[in-house]
Design a protein around this ligand. Structure first.
Ligand SMILES: [Zn+2]
Length: 159
């Protein structure tokens, strides 16, 4: 169940994804919100330099492992414009972060990239539940998924 607070954080993720796109990167953005509602960390994709591990959800997992206790991590929520890839889902699971809310799903991304005639990613975009079976998940959110789709269309059509 996605509420107004969730939507507020998801909108920030979409803004970050757009900022990534504007800086020549792939449009993905994510934020980490602690149990008291504080937005503790946020980031977007930084893969245009050639390091394709620089996803925001991976950065969040690393930041959380360094700055939060295991209890704080379990109580935190990760919001993201696009569902975690397998690398980020694994990092999320290994550091024991809590709920994930995504604006668009990996399944949606796969179908959008197909429609846009873009080669499939090198790492298969499996659903988070395939990687972390007990993850608490919400998404996709139709009203925001459309905006995320538009960002990917801009990225791959260059318009
Ligand atoms: Zn990832």
């Amino acid at each position: 169940m996605v509420d107004e607070t969730d939507l507020k954080h998801l909108r920030r993720c979409v803004e970050l994804a757009e900022a990534a796109l504007d800086s020549g990167d792939d449009p993905f953005g994510s934020v980490l919100v602690t149990a008291d509602g504080t937005r503790a960390f946020e980031d977007h994709n930084h893969v245009s330099g050639g390091d394709h591990t620089r996803h925001p959800e991976f950065a969040i997992a690393r930041w959380a492992a360094e700055h939060l206790t295991s209890e704080q991590r379990a109580a935190a929520t990760v919001y993201t414009s696009g569902e975690h890839c397998p690398m980020c889902a694994a990092a999320h699971g290994w550091v024991g972060l809590g709920r994930i809310v995504y604006a668009s799903s990996s399944q949606q991304l796969t179908s959008w990239l197909t429609e846009l005639d873009t080669p499939p990613p090198r790492v298969r975009p499996l659903p988070i539940g395939e990687i972390v079976p007990d993850a608490l998940l919400d998404g996709p959110v139709p009203e925001l998924a459309g905006q995320v789709r538009a960002l990917h269309a801009r990225r791959h059509r260059g318009s």
